[in-house]
Design a protein around this ligand. Structure first.
Ligand code: SF4
Length: 74
């Protein structure tokens, strides 16, 4: 069962590719040149990779929420 939820303010993506480099398991560059997550509901095991992607985004548009506690992680 998913424990974390990813949101991305895609309008603000500057197409730098950092998230896809940091976490290729879940981030890819789409046809429009911006990145997108392959899935937005992720498990504990998938958290670290996605947290690196979020932390490395230069415009801070990737966010992760703990869906069990409601805490905004990043
Ligand atoms: S790191 Fe941020 S700005 Fe760069 S491609 Fe990913 S979402 Fe877009």
């Amino acid at each position: 069962m998913a424990k974390y939820k990813i949101t991305q303010d895609r309008d603000g993506c500057i197409s730098c590719g950092a998230c896809a480099s940091a976490c290729p398991d879940n981030w890819e560059m789409a046809d429009d040149g911006k990145s997108k997550p392959k899935k937005t509901d992720i498990s504990e095991e998938e958290f670290e990779c996605n947290n690196k992607a979020a932390a490395g985004c230069p415009v801070n548009i990737i966010h992760i929420k703990n869906t069990e506690t409601g805490e905004d992680i990043i």
